[in-house]
Structures are given as C-alpha cells and as structure tokens.
Design a protein around this ligand. Structure first.
Ligand code: T1G
Length: 705
C-alpha cells in the first residue's frame, strides 16, 4: 500500500482543492470516502476558504464505488452520514471538476456538489445497472431533478456513458471546459466566481423538472414495456425505473430511503453477482500469465487484410472504425469491388439507423484502401489473412506474406479452427505468426480469439492482444487445436442439440428453452443464420480427421436437400420471402421422425431442464478438457468467450460461472450418468472428476501444462 495519502486538501489562496488519488480510476475504495469527508469538513471549518473544488488525480474523476467491495459484507455508511449528506449540508460551495470518468458513486458525489464542471473529453454516467444493481448514492433521486425523469431513466436503465458536451446540454454539467484549458485552474477560477452566490444551489431542492412525470405518469410503464425484451429475467432495470418513479412521487428523503431499499434487494442477487463476475472476467482476460515480464507489444499504425469477403471487409472496418488506415487485398478487381460495396452498404445502414454520422462514415471509408497486389501491403505493420476457410487456400497466402512483408510484421490468420502451426510452417518467421479469430460480423462482435502457435513469440502474442484492445475488441488467448477455445468448447453443444432431435425434440422446442434461458436466439435459428452448408463443411472436415466422429444424419439430410437456412429460404425452419422470422416446418419434423425411425431411436418427451443441461453440460465437459490441456488460461476466459462470442446471457455470468451455480459435483454426477447412458462422447474430463472429488469450483480450476 503506498504511503501517498488517498485524499488531500490544498489551498489556492481562498479556494480549497480536494484531490482524490486512488489509481487507477479513483474508485471509492477503502478510506477514499472517509478521506473526502474529512477534507470537506476541514474546508468548511477553514475561514480562509470561500469555496472548494473536488478533483481526481491521474486519468479520471471518480469511477464509482469499489466494485470489489460488493458482496463482501463491507459496512456502508448509514443514511444521513454519507458523503452526499455532508455535501447537502455544505456551508460553502463545492465544485466537482470532472475529467476522464465520473461514473456511479463518482457522478452521485458530483450531483451532490453545488456545481459541476467538466472538460470536453470527460464522460459521466450511472452504469450500476450493468453490474446488476442501481445507483445507490442518491443518483436516482438527484438526476431526475436535473434532467427530468425520462432522460434520467434513459441514462440509468441503459448505464450509458454521456459525453461532457451532452451532459452540459442535459443540465448535468454547469460548464464544459475545452480540453486544452487546464481543468484544475479553470475549476478554481469557476469556484472563485461563484464563491459568494447564495443560497447555495442544491440539486435535492430542484423540483421543476419532475413536473414531467406529473403531466405524464405513463412514462414509467412505457419504459417498462420498452425494455421488456432486453431486460428479460432481470430485476435491476425494473428497480431502476421504480427508483426514478419514487423521485417523482415521494419527498426527497423518502425517495432516498426507497432507493436504499431497492438497492439492498439487488446487491447480492444472482444477477448482480454474475454481472460483477463478468465485469472482472473481461479485465482478467487481458492478463497473459506466462509472458516474460520484459515483453512489450509492438506499436502499430496501420494494417492490411487479405480477402475482401464478409469477414475481410468486417475486419477492415474494425480498424477503420478506430482511426487506423487499412489496406484490403483480393485476387480480382470484381472481388475487391464487391467487398468495398459491402463495406459501403454496412456503413450506410448505420447512417440510416442514426448510429453513425455521414461525415464519420466518409472518414472511415477513406481509411480503407483497396489494393490489388501484395507489393501494395508489404510495409504494413500487421496483416490479417481472411481468405476462404481451406488450408489449400491459406497456405500459399502465408508463403507469399513471408516473401513480401517487412521484417517484424505480425502475420495473423482469421481462421476459426485450422492449424496455426501449419500456416506458420509456410514462413521463415513462425514467431510472427498467430491466429486472430474475429467473430462474424467482425465489425460488430467484440470478441477476438488470439491463437498462439507452438512457435508464436511472446511479443507477437502480446502485440496481437493489444491490437485487439486498440480496435475495441475483448481479446482472449487460446492454444492451437481444432476449434481453438471458443468453437471447440461449443462443438459438443452443436452435436448434442441435433442428437436431441433424434431422441424426440423438435428445433422450436430446443430454441424456446435456450431463449427462455436468456439467449437472444435459439441455436437452430442461429444455425439457419450462419448457414447449414458452413457447419456441414466443418463436420466433413472433422469426420475425415476422426473416424469415430459422431455423424448427424438429420443435419446432413437438410444440407443434401439444399436447405442451407435463411440464405435458401429454408433450413431448420421455413422463411417467408423477405422475412427473417423462423417458422416451424412440418417437412423438417417429418425428416426428423424418419431419421429417428431409421436409427431405431424411440422418441420420448424432454423437460426443459434436460434440454438445457444436455447442451450446456456437454460444453462444460469440453471446457474442462480445454483447461486441462492448457488451451485456456482460466475458466473465466471461457466465460468471456461465451458471453461475447455466443450470446450467453450476461446476467448468468458465463458458461462456467453458471455451472458453478449448480455445483461441480452435481455437474459431474449428471455427466457420469450420461456417460453410462450414451457412451464415450459423455466421458467426464479428468479435470472435471478431480474438481468434483475436491469440490473445487470451476472458477478456481488451474489450467494444465
Ligand atoms: N471498482 C473496482 N475496480 C475498478 C472499478 C471499480 N468501480 N472500475 C475499474 N476498476 C479497475 C478494473 O478492474 C481494472 O483493474 C482497472 O480498474 C482499469 O479498469 C454507489 C454502487 C472506469 C470506464 O461501474 O466502467 O458506484 O484489471 O480496464 O478500460 O451508486 O473501468 O487493472 O486490475 O476497465 O480505461 C459504478 C466501472 C460502480 C465503473 C475505465 N462504476 N468501471 O475503463 O479501464 S457501482 C462502474 C468502468 C457504484 C454507486 C454504485 C471502467 C472505466 P485491473 P479498465 P478502462
């Protein structure tokens, strides 16, 4: 623990400056709140001080309560003695000076200050709902008094970060200061200007904006209706609405009490625990435990993509979206033109939706340069191969890259499952080769799976993960095997879902179970979206490599009939022209029943729980094999990939976190029973048996090797 004080009070002539210094983001960790309260009291008592500024050291104002403290039973200050109450009782004006982030409790402290100033690049927000709770420091009572209940609900129920300029327009911030002006000096000057203003403005005293709810009380139910799909199975979003409603129906102090009640109902909920876990898992995934300490990432200022198909175009957009110039290469002008057309259409769709400004679209398009020869990309810092998913097509590309790319360039492949070592062997620089598996659509999905080959250098591994972070991705590391981490852990799920059909289920029944569990789409509907011909190619490859590979006759039959999914108007479901809604198809049901008869499998009924556990436990078992083989660093990395690669419901934490909620022994016993009933494909992983015997949660499993 450093001996630097967490909070200090200094005096600039007549202005007291309270500085919070708790790196990295000035979370309200142990001692920080107490330190701020002490400094406030000193400032109130000092006759030489006429006003005060509250500011953060380092890169941010205050990023909120220390999330690590939740669920630990840490004592909270009672109502009436909290920092917000001290500020409400202030005898001198306090100005919150915001840079970086003012989030959660940090913004709530600022809202309890008399004034708020922020530099242009700052962002404010009440993101508590994203970790399954609600603003518990008066934010649900003060924010509506500043911006009105509707705007307050929009911010609190989404948890979004609001840029300083918008916060100024909304009335959250009193003054927005240009980034170039010094925040501290500007805030001190501001404090001096308002030092004598009386009465001291207090957000709690403001009632004018609440009139909106009196004029239209239906806004709360309308909000509840608008979030119904997104907030399925969750409590926090609805509690946020209830708290804002209390701000409009109760006197301030009663509203604060109501907010505290609602907060306590959430703090230790399954949803809050799962979302807190996901928050930290997404940060843990960036930590590569086996890298030498002195390794540094190679900086990069440009990139190149080989292949202008759907994936290549999406990858190129991912760089352009983050200001990085990128060249895109394909073998023919027609392919390049098609690729650029697809990129333009993707951006145009965003502009039409209002999520992208027209001028920003032009900036991004200008960063993407179609080129026709390898010579045009030879100076790129990073090149990502995204050609057709066949080794015979990829290998010559790597041989070519080896011949033309400048020394030290990262040579990455977007392959989703093929052997990285085979590609590396096509070069004289295998240390520079790694996998960079983007998920489709690459410009939308945040997950990037970085695959380390046997000879991938630590510098390449770190550089590839840092590259991911720089283009807004969550980059997780996987070892080199068929399907790496994400697709390999998902493969048994894909097999089991079709076997369930052989035994008595129908696609719509399985999909309903998974949607009710929290997936945005059922796995059969997802299969129709991705294309049944693509998954069939994967099955063929695996069957060729493994004579014991379990064939899936129902899936094969659909592909033989040309039922590839949405792209052919029929797959597991039937689709009406121009409509992507899946419709159960009696023809598919007939095929399924016919195959069951052919296979002599008696059809039977299934409970929802058996369907859910047959799919997810098959992947939990595979995840244990992935861990024991050292393909994944930790179980939470697998969870991050399931959250961001497969749409696993975030409020359940992730595949392994969810399995821990059932208990490692119960999971093992069920898998062992299915091993008896169904044979080898359900053989429990050795690690699973060890965890069950020692009753060790999946989250604490130590990777093998
Ligand atoms: N508590 C504890 N640790 C935190 C933290 C927090 N609030 N915020 C960040 N960290 C750690 C993080 O785990 C990482 O640690 C390091 O800081 C850098 O974070 C009373 C009850 C601020 C936008 O939800 O959104 O206030 O990995 O990698 O990308 O009503 O951090 O280095 O060991 O994310 O620049 C509400 C959560 C809390 C904000 C910065 N506040 N934080 O992003 O850095 S609840 C939040 C963030 C609350 C009140 C309620 C982001 C960021 P390590 P990072 P970044």
């Amino acid at each position: 623990m450093s001996d630097t004080p967490l909070v200090t009070l200094t005096r600039e002539t007549d202005i007291g400056v309270i500085t919070v210094n708790y790196p990295p983001v000035n979370a309200l960790g142990p001692g920080v709140v107490e330190g701020i309260i002490d400094c406030l009291k000193q400032g109130f008592a000092d006759p030489a001080i006429t006003a005060m500024v509250l500011i953060g050291a380092g890169r941010s104002f205050i990023a909120g309560a220390d999330i690590r403290g939740f669920g630990t039973g840490r004592k909270r200050l009672p109502l009436g003695e909290r920092i917000y109450d001290i500020l409400d009782a202030s005898t001198k004006p306090v100005v919150a000076a915001i840079h970086g982030y003012a989030l959660g409790g940090g913004l709530e402290i600022a809202l309890a200050c008399n004034y708020r100033v922020a530099i242009d690049s700052a962002k404010v927000g009440l993101p508590e709902v994203l970790i399954g709770i609600l603003p518990g420091g008066g934010g649900t009572q003060r924010l509506p008094r500043l911006v009105g209940p509707q705007a307050a609900m929009d911010m609190i129920v989404t948890g979004r970060h609001v840029p300083a300029r918008e916060a100024g327009e909304l009335g959250i911030v009193d003054e927005v200061i240009p980034d170039t002006a010094g925040l501290r000096d500007s805030a001190i000057a501001y404090a001096r200007r308002i030092a004598a203003v009386r009465p001291l403005p207090r957000v709690r005293d403001r009632e004018d904006k609440l009139i909106q709810a009196k004029l239209d009380p239906s806004i709360f139910d309308a909000m509840r209706k608008s979030i119904a799909r997104r907030a399925r199975n969750q409590k926090a979003p609805y509690h946020c609405i209830a708290a804002v409603e209390a701000a409009c129906t109760l006197p301030f102090d009663d509203g604060i009490r109501r907010e505290s009640e609602l907060f306590r109902e959430l703090e230790n909920s399954d949803e809050a625990r799962a979302l807190r876990y996901a928050f930290f898992a997404e940060r843990e995934v960036a930590k590569l435990p086996d890298l030498p300490r002195d390794v540094t990432a190679k900086p990069f200022s440009n990139a190149a993509v080989i292949g202008a198909g759907t994936m290549g175009g999406g990858i190129a957009m991912s760089f352009a979206d983050f200001g990085i110039p990128v060249k895109i290469l394909d073998s023919t002008k027609e392919a390049l033109d098609r690729g650029m057309e697809r990129i333009r259409n993707n951006y145009a769709t965003s502009v039409k939706r209002g999520s992208l400004a027209e001028d920003e679209m032009q900036h991004r398009l200008a960063r993407i340069e179609p080129v026709s020869g390898y010579d045009d990309i030879k100076d790129a810092d990073i090149v990502i191969e995204a050609v057709f998913e066949e080794m015979d097509v990829k290998k010559p590309v790597f041989a070519k890259l080896d011949a033309v790319m400048k020394p030290g360039a990262l040579l990455l492949s977007n392959t989703s499952a093929l052997d990285i070592d085979e590609l590396a062997a096509m070069t004289h620089r295998p240390g520079d080769v790694a996998g960079a598996h983007f998920f489709s659509p690459a410009n939308v999905m945040k997950l990037l799976e970085v695959v380390r080959g046997a000879k991938t250098s630590p510098e390449t591994l770190l550089s590839a993960t840092q590259m991911g972070r720089k283009i807004g991705k969550i980059a997780g590391v996987a070892g080199n095997c068929d399907g790496f981490l994400a697709n390999r852990s998902r493969a048994p799920f894909n097999t089991e879902m079709v076997i369930l059909l052989e035994e008595g289920c129908l696609p719509e029944q399985v999909d309903k179970v998974m949607v009710d569990f929290g997936y945005p789409m059922g796995p059969f509907a997802v299969g129709d979206l991705a294309g049944l011909d693509i998954s069939a190619a994967g099955r063929r490859r695996r069957a060729a490599a493994n004579p014991n590979y379990r064939k899936l006759p129902i899936a094969d039959r659909l592909v033989e009939l040309g039922r590839y999914g949405q792209k052919t108007g029929a797959g597991w479901y039937r689709y009406e022209k121009g409509d992507r809604a899946p419709h159960p198809d009696p023809e598919v049901a007939a095929i399924i029943k016919h195959v069951s008869t052919e296979m002599n499998v008696p059809r039977r009924g299934f409970t929802d729980q058996e369907i859910l556990r047959r799919l997810l436990f098959s992947s939990v078992n595979e995840a244990c094999k992935i861990l024991e083989e050292g393909i994944a660093y930790r179980a939470s990395d697998i969870d991050v990939m399931w959250l961001h690669g497969f749409g696993f419901p975030r409020y359940r934490g992730g595949l392994m976190f969810w399995a821990d909620g059932i208990g490692v022994r119960d999971v093992y016993n069920q898998i062992a029973a299915w091993h008896q009933q169904y044979g080898e494909r359900w053989a429990p992983a050795a690690l699973l048996r060890q965890l069950a015997e020692s009753d060790t949660p999946f989250r604490e499993a130590k990777p093998g090797r």
